[in-house]
Design a binder for this molecule. Structure first.
Ligand SMILES: Nc1ncnc2c1ncn2[C@@H]1O[C@H](COP(=O)(O)OP(=O)(O)OP(=O)(O)O)[C@@H](O)[C@H]1O
Length: 249
């Protein structure tokens, strides 16, 4: 099957720092793929490159057959390439509904603000925030701010969703709830790339794992292949961890 999103030899340098180096991979329609690697490996930079936040130093990003390497963030959103941010920063004075409506409009909701509000309400209901739609965003707890962030990107009607540490700072039961939502989003046919530090979590949802280390893609395979990969064990997992999380099948 052809990839819905494909990166070809993508690189990004910040001055002398090579944040992403010659990375190539494709995401197939409907896949859930985990993106892992140590702090500073280049994961967030990669998401920024795919969504037009950073310009490419080299390489190509192909989305639905189109070269989108020079797009701006709003164009990415309008094409159906949405992302969440690692640090969740809603507009604090605006209501929860207004925050998500802004996402819908940014994503190009046909019919402007009214249609945006309708889409926003539907996504708020979906993530379980329908009852606080008219509260100021500043009143939300961290787990609910994460849900708001998710609703905002869903209101853009994405076909590919890039999730940057949506579970960071959540407790075990909040993570379970977030994972259920991710599975439901995948059930809509959305292709998902999830950046996640908790291996237990990433292994529970991912069909495939990508591993970045010093900006380079050092592994791309099934969770079992990746967990047993010697380079990944040395760069990220550590031997004890790899043994503990060896996955069956
Ligand atoms: N705007 C920037 N200017 C300069 N250097 C940057 C910029 N953004 C990222 N970097 C550098 O690029 C490298 C990759 O950073 P990045 O944030 O993508 O890693 P990460 O894998 O997402 O890390 P973490 O898991 O800690 O979030 C790091 O060395 C970082 O300092």
């Amino acid at each position: 099957m052809t990839a819905i999103l494909e990166l070809k030899n993508v690189s990004k340098n910040f001055g002398g720092v090579s944040a992403v180096s010659n990375v190539s991979f494709g995401l197939k329609q409907g896949e859930i793929v985990g993106l892992i690697g140590p702090n500073g490996a280049g994961k967030t930079t990669l998401v920024n490159l795919v969504t037009g936040v950073h310009s490419l130093s080299d390489g190509q990003v192909i989305f639905k057959g189109e070269d989108v390497g020079s797009q701006k963030p709003f164009q990415a959103a309008r094409r159906g390439l949405a992302r969440t941010f690692q640090i969740v920063q809603p507009f604090p004075e605006m209501t929860v509904l207004e925050n998500v409506s802004a996402g819908a409009v940014f994503g190009g909701a046909a019919g402007g603000i009214a249609a945006g509000q309708e889409a926003a309400q539907a996504e708020l209901d979906f993530v379980g925030l329908g009852h606080v739609a008219n509260e100021p965003a500043s009143s939300l707890s961290l787990p609910n701010r994460k849900r708001l962030e998710l609703a905002k990107s869903l209101a853009m009607k994405p076909s590919v969703l890039l999730l940057d540490e949506v579970n960071a700072g959540l407790n075990a039961s909040e993570i379970d709830d977030a994972l259920k939502l991710i599975e439901q989003i995948s059930g809509r046919g959305v292709t998902i790339l999830i950046i996640e530090h908790l291996m237990k979590v990433v292994l529970s949802v991912s069909e495939r794992l990508l591993v970045l280390h010093h900006g380079e893609l050092i592994a791309d395979g099934t969770p079992k292949q990746v967990v047993e990969d010697q380079r990944v064990i040395e760069a990220y997992l550590g031997a004890k961890f790899a043994e503990r999380y060896k996955v069956a099948g």
